[in-house]
Design a protein around this ligand. Structure first.
Ligand code: DX5
Ligand code: ZN
Length: 223
């Protein structure tokens, strides 16, 4: 089973993003948190910066859009050439239609669920998505504590993807460290976002290797 470590640049030095990307070149994808000060209270970067990161990044971009009115804005982000575009279920009026547009543009389509959003309505729609992001903190800020009560959602998703024979990626985001990554891996996650655990380390590449190692020791056994 493939496991991916996607460092979040939310905890990187925003004045030196190109250099920061170079420090995580051993990761699988770079997780880019777009926040609009509306869907979440925080504000980060938008389309022009994402488009420029896409040009200079040594690894593909995994965009996490924490923005309202995703139906309107997400396709423009896909058009930057990003590898993956994930929008929030709570911010989209037509998640399936939006995922289809994103795929048509050529990006992988992801849907994200806040901790309080039930997963059940999406289990039958899994074929429409390339990734489901189970938020393990309330979206908006880095450095928060992992919420283990979100783990049952991963179990249901893992069961549904196996039942339908799909290889949709199951991503977790928020509070992922060497201590919590195993819990998420055992629950069925295969794609792990880590912000402060990577950029808060002296050597990000070493933190990536430690996270990879901890995840692989807890890889979910498929029955
Ligand atoms: C939070 C963001 C995360 C954030 C995670 O809303 O979506 O991607 O960067 O940061 P850590 O790993 O520090 O919890
Ligand atoms: Zn994120």
């Amino acid at each position: 089973m493939t496991q991916r470590i996607n460092p979040s640049i939310l905890s990187a030095d925003f004045a030196n993003l190109e250099a920061e990307l170079g420090r995580i070149a051993s990761a699988d994808l770079v997780h880019v948190d777009v926040m609009d000060n509306h869907f979440v209270p925080n504000l980060t970067i938008g389309h022009p910066v994402v488009a420029r990161l896409q040009q200079v990044s040594p690894i593909p971009l995994d965009l996490h859009l924490m923005i309202s009115d995703a139906d309107r804005w997400a396709p423009q982000y896909a058009e930057t050439g990003a590898y993956s575009v994930t929008f929030h279920a709570e911010a989209a009026s037509d998640p399936v239609g939006l995922a289809r547009r994103i795929r048509q543009i050529g990006a992988r389509a992801g849907i994200a669920l806040k901790p309080g959003t039930p997963v059940e309505p999406y289990l039958e729609l899994l074929a429409e998505f390339d990734q489901v992001l189970v938020m393990t903190v309330e979206p908006g800020f880095g450095g928060q504590s992992f919420m283990p009560e979100t783990m049952p959602k991963l179990g249901l998703l893992d069961e549904a993807r196996r039942a339908h024979g799909l290889d949709v990626w199951l991503q977790v985001d928020g509070g992922i460290t060497v201590d919590t990554i195993g819990i998420a891996a055992e629950a069925g996650a295969d794609t792990f976002v880590a912000g402060s655990a990577v950029f808060g380390a002296d050597v990000p590449a070493e933190a990536i290797a430690s996270l990879r190692d901890a995840a692989s020791r807890h890889a979910h056994a498929h029955g």
